[in-house]
Design a protein around this ligand. Structure first.
Ligand code: URA
Length: 238
């Protein structure tokens, strides 16, 4: 692939602009030598205006999503992309959210340009565990854990019951719930099926990837070690 095409795919600029940057000697190797559009290159050795490139194709980003941000490329702002470098939404393939969080839900959101990984993590067949901390308006009664674990809870308007979802009460109003599927508004609707209203919902982890102190609104690129933990994550509900 030509260098200009590679840069365009990473979202730097349209291809013609990237060609102009190359002609203007703004694109160099790590030693500062200008690269030509047809030069052989390796990702790690390319600089644009002296800066290393964004992560190579196959990137996975962990974002600590604040409330109010929408998980979509095209919707009314604010969008989760507003929290990321603007180039990230220009990448081809696009950096897409791995599943969705409601606008009101906070916490761990993965985004990737790796379509196969995205499919694997969201496919109902793979059952990657997602851990949520839910706050409910009325105090927990004590019967919620058994109801969520039974595998018989039916959501309004759906024929098939939810898979068993372990629930652990944290205090009078908060419970930690682990889902192995990803139905629309699932946590809120599971609580609604038991007569509870969820007032706050926070996702703590997706599979083995937890926020671990990442500040709200902040993001990081997953390391190779994170990636392999994600690939090895148990895929079947226990
Ligand atoms: N369940 C919900 O109800 N909302 C989310 O954002 C995620 C899971």
């Amino acid at each position: 692939m030509r260098l200009s095409q590679y840069l365009a795919r990473l979202g730097y600029a349209p291809r013609r602009d990237c060609e102009r940057w190359i002609a203007a000697r703004r694109v160099t190797d790590g030693a500062g030598r200008p690269l030509a559009d047809r030069s052989p290159f390796t990702h790690d050795d390319v600089r644009v205006d002296g800066a290393p490139l964004d992560p190579p194709p196959g990137v996975v980003v962990l974002l600590h999503k604040p409330a109010g941000y929408v998980c979509s490329l095209q919707d009314r702002p604010p969008l989760v992309y507003d929290l990321l470098p603007s180039r990230f939404r220009q990448r081809d393939p696009v950096l897409a959210p791995v599943g969705r969080l409601d606008a009101d839900t906070t916490g761990a959101l993965l985004l990737t340009d790796d379509g196969a990984l995205n499919h694997r993590l969201t496919s109902p067949r793979h059952h990657v565990a997602k851990v949520y901390l839910a706050t409910v308006a009325e105090p927990l009664r004590g019967d919620e854990g058994a109801a969520f674990a039974a595998g018989t809870l039916v959501l309004n308007g759906e024929p098939a019951p939810c898979a068993p979802a372990p629930l652990e009460a944290v205090d009078a109003h908060r419970a930690r719930v682990t889902l192995h599927e990803g139905r629309y508004h699932q946590v809120r609707r599971m609580f609604a099926a038991l007569g509870h209203h969820v007032t706050a919902l926070h996702r703590e982890a997706v599979g083995p990837i937890a926020l671990d102190g990442l500040a709200e609104g902040a993001w990081r690129v997953l390391s190779a070690a994170d990636r392999s933990r994600l690939a090895d994550a148990p895929r079947r509900a226990p």
